[in-house]
Design a protein around this ligand. Structure first.
Ligand code: B12
Length: 347
């Protein structure tokens, strides 16, 4: 039982607030969570601080709890829905008349993490931008149609998962080819946004605060030749991306013999394995696309941790990677990338 059942929190520095708020979102207590954020607003805490210092870190903790298999997917979904509600409650109480330009916010095609970029949108709105928030998974052609209709000063493009980098590249090129500069963000673009730059983005920012600062100064940048970085993805990428289904099925067909515990898998474990193999191929394709094995090795580090938390030993991942590699006979870069991944696994 925390002190907040009797006294509502009035400062972000209140001891126990982070745990209390996490408990509310984890227990599905929507009214409790909204009450906390509106109580903080009433106490004079700025909206941007509530977003960045309470809602965002809570979501990060939700991600850690899911990765550690302490929270189910359902619990994560419920918590995220409440975070969206809390974010909306803060936003609705903080209106700012637009004084700057207009900006379009979108997630890359196939990217479903809408909350991080929504938070960015609210921060930009508070800074005086007129924001068009298009939400999750926006197909490139529709994004361009929107740009023609609205003529924004920038597109803020979010990619939280590196498998979407090829689509991010298509979107960046399309926006720049109609003269609209792109600021990229989200963990999918890698540490320090290294892949954003490679894909031709005009700018990158680590988070909402940095993006607000970047857009307030030195914007718009001069948009250079949009096609200078337009062609990536060689034969190896094309093969892996086009043969995704065959590579997954080919690995699955061999897996039971190579990894005997699989014979006892129930349907749920079998389905998770198919999903994991799909991730292996998708991250491999993305690594080949940007020409950087780190896309794949980062994925292997992460997936090894997630699997371990679910009782799947490293040898299972090694076996899966080796079987994918066996099918890449004539593709040296793809094989080397898988080898780099294998080298990351202990045991
Ligand atoms: C909620 C959630 C989901 C929800 C999203 C719902 C929604 N409405 O957003 C759902 C269930 C859809 C989901 C799905 C998946 N998820 Co998820 N998800 C999360 C979680 C727990 C929280 C995301 C969030 O809201 N973060 C809070 C924000 C505020 O975080 P932030 O990154 O600090 O945000 C800042 C920056 O990213 C930046 N930023 C973001 N976009 C942009 C854009 C621009 C232009 C700029 C400048 C800046 C910027 O600014 C933000 C504000 O400061 C994260 C964990 C985490 N740590 O983020 C995992 C996480 C991102 N998911 C992950 C995974 C693996 C997946 C799935 C593959 C799971 C699966 N097996 O299907 C799918 C992929 C779906 C897809 N194709 O997009 C992994 C990614 C790991 C990796 N290897 O990259 C994470 C890290 C979980 C983990 N701990 O492992 N997920």
């Amino acid at each position: 039982m925390t002190v907040f059942t009797t006294t509502p929190p009035s400062s972000l520095g209140d001891p126990g607030l982070a745990d209390h708020y996490l408990r509310l979102v984890g227990d599905g207590d929507e009214y409790g969570a909204v009450g906390v954020v509106t109580g903080l607003l009433d106490a004079g805490v700025p909206a941007r601080r509530i977003m960045l210092d309470l809602i965002a870190p809570t979501q990060n903790r939700v991600g850690e709890l899911w990765a550690a298999d302490e929270w189910s997917i359902a619990r994560e979904h419920g918590a995220t829905a409440i975070s969206e509600r809390a974010l909306a409650a803060v936003s609705v109480r903080s209106t700012v008349r637009p004084t700057r330009g207009r900006i379009t916010l979108a997630c890359v095609d196939g990217e479903w993490h809408a909350l991080p970029v929504r938070m960015l949108g609210e921060m930009l709105r508070l800074d005086g931008w007129r924001v068009d928030f298009l939400g999750a998974s926006v197909p490139g052609p529709h994004l361009v149609t929107h740009l023609h209709q609205t003529g924004p000063d920038a597109v803020a493009l979010s990619c939280m998962i590196a498998t979407r980098l090829p689509r991010a590249h298509a979107a960046i090129t399309a926006c720049r080819s109609v003269g609209v500069p792109v600021i990229a963000g989200g963990r999918g673009f890698g540490a320090e946004g290294r892949w954003a730059q490679r894909l031709g983005a005009d700018a990158w920012a680590a988070g909402a605060e940095q993006a607000v600062a970047r857009l307030a100064h030195r914007w718009p940048p001069v948009v250079g030749d949009p096609y200078a970085t337009a062609f990536m993805g060689d034969d190896e990428y094309t093969y892996v991306a086009r043969r995704r289904g065959d590579l997954v099925q080919g690995t699955l067909d061999r897996l039971a013999a190579a990894y005997p515990p699989m014979a006892a898998y129930d349907q749920r474990q079998h389905d998770s394995t198919v999903e994991d193999l799909g991730h292996i191929v998708d991250f491999l394709a993305a690594a080949l696309y940007v020409g950087d094995p780190q896309v794949f090795t980062d994925f292997v580090d992460w997936t090894a941790r997630v699997l371990e938390a679910r009782g799947v030993p490293p040898v299972a991942l090694c076996t899966g990677l080796s079987l994918v590699k066996e099918q890449l006979r004539d593709f040296p870069a793809a094989k080397a990338t898988v080898d780099a991944g294998l080298a990351r696994i202990d045991g």
